[in-house]
Write a protein that binds this ligand. Structure first.
Ligand SMILES: Nc1ncnc2c1ncn2[C@@H]1O[C@H](COP(=O)(O)OP(=O)(O)OP(=O)(O)O)[C@@H](O)[C@H]1O
Ligand SMILES: [Mg+2]
Length: 239
């Protein structure tokens, strides 16, 4: 059974269609990459998975259950978590406290188990040395790490990543690639939106291309990136 399935999903702001009849299936354990020009509707796609936005039409299934109109909190409990394009930490709290919130609320855990999960995630994401720092003062790499850590702390089945590598140096990007490979190999299903294509293809096994809210192409990353349509729309290369 698919972990996630979109069936003819559409979303619009008034007359502006942002998600146009998208159908998509993600298997358990798969790592799917999503690319597309600015404004193509990539972040909106993740909002529809988390329940932050509700489709105008179509159906979204998670482990075979219709979640199209299920609340974001309930979807989090079911095992869906995301990192945002612009990190959204609780700026006045420490790094540890931020991760603890995810570990506590995400899985409805008691304090003891939540603390253990939070410490594991800090270790995994390389943030242990920053545990007592105030989140609002972190540099970009650590803010990105924290954004990922907060999502991981809910111990999701499906991890949604929105441009986690954006703005990082090459070296920092390599750190993230290694981390995401580890998460993938641990069995977590990943959907990753990323403009840094070389980072993306190091982790994912399938690529989905959105253009003006609709699917433009889908399949093996190397083949999708070579297609004339994708090169024209996404990379600006004349067909
Ligand atoms: N609140 C809103 N009201 C109206 N239009 C909106 C609103 N939020 C987003 N949009 C529009 O919806 C479209 C899709 O936005 P979305 O953020 O999903 O794109 P994206 O592919 O993630 O872009 P980017 O690569 O810049 O992150 C864009 O045209 C955007 O301008
Ligand atoms: Mg976006």
């Amino acid at each position: 059974m698919a972990l996630l399935e979109f069936r003819n999903v559409s979303f619009a702001y008034g007359a502006l269609t942002v998600t146009n009849n998208v159908s998509l299936t993600v298997a358990p354990g798969e790592a799917l990459g999503v690319i597309g020009p600015n404004g193509a509707g990539k972040s909106t796609l993740l909002d529809l998975v988390t329940g932050f936005k509700i489709p105008k039409s179509g159906t979204i299934l998670f482990e075979g259950t219709d979640i199209t109109r299920v609340s974001p909190q309930r979807r989090c409990d079911m095992g869906i978590a995301r990192s945002h394009q612009i990190p959204r930490p609780f700026g006045g709290m420490t790094v540890f406290e931020n991760v603890l919130v995810g570990a506590t609320l995400g899985g409805q855990r008691a304090e003891g188990p939540a603390t253990r999960v939070a410490l594991d995630v800090l270790e995994q994401t390389g943030l242990m040395g920053r545990a007592n720092d105030i989140a609002g003062g972190l540099r970009l790499l650590d803010r990105k790490r924290l954004e990922l850590a907060r999502a991981l702390a809910t111990q999701p089945k499906l991890l949604l990543l929105d441009e986690v590598a954006g703005g990082l140096s090459d070296m920092e990007c390599q750190t993230f690639i290694a981390l995401l490979k580890q998460i993938r190999d641990g069995g977590t299903t990943i959907i990753w939106i990323e403009h840094i294509v070389h980072a993306l293809v190091a982790v994912i096994s399938r690529l989905f291309v959105l253009d003006q809210g609709a699917e433009l192409a889908e399949g093996v990353p190397s083949e999708v990136l070579e297609s004339a349509e994708v090169r024209q729309v996404y990379l600006g290369v004349p067909a």
